[in-house]
Unconditional design. Structure first.
Length: 70
């Protein structure tokens, strides 16, 4: 029973770390966009595409880690 509690705690901790890292990345990305408001729209769209791609990579990584645990 204690191993189930430990496993659940590890999952919650890793989830918290992942969510906080994604939030930090989003905050940094939005601050970059605010800093480059004067630049052309195409460059901002490229930056947003890169942020979406990195978020998807993080989700895939977390799914892969989940498969390793169980």
């Amino acid at each position: 029973m204690s191993s189930v509690i430990v496993a659940f705690g590890v999952i919650v901790f890793v989830g918290f770390v992942a969510i906080s890292s994604i939030l930090i990345y989003v905050i940094i990305t939005t601050s970059r966009i605010k800093a480059i408001k004067g630049q052309p729209k195409k460059e901002i769209e490229e930056l947003m595409d890169r942020a979406a791609k990195n978020t998807k990579l993080m989700e895939n990584y977390l799914q892969y880690k989940g498969r390793l645990w169980f």
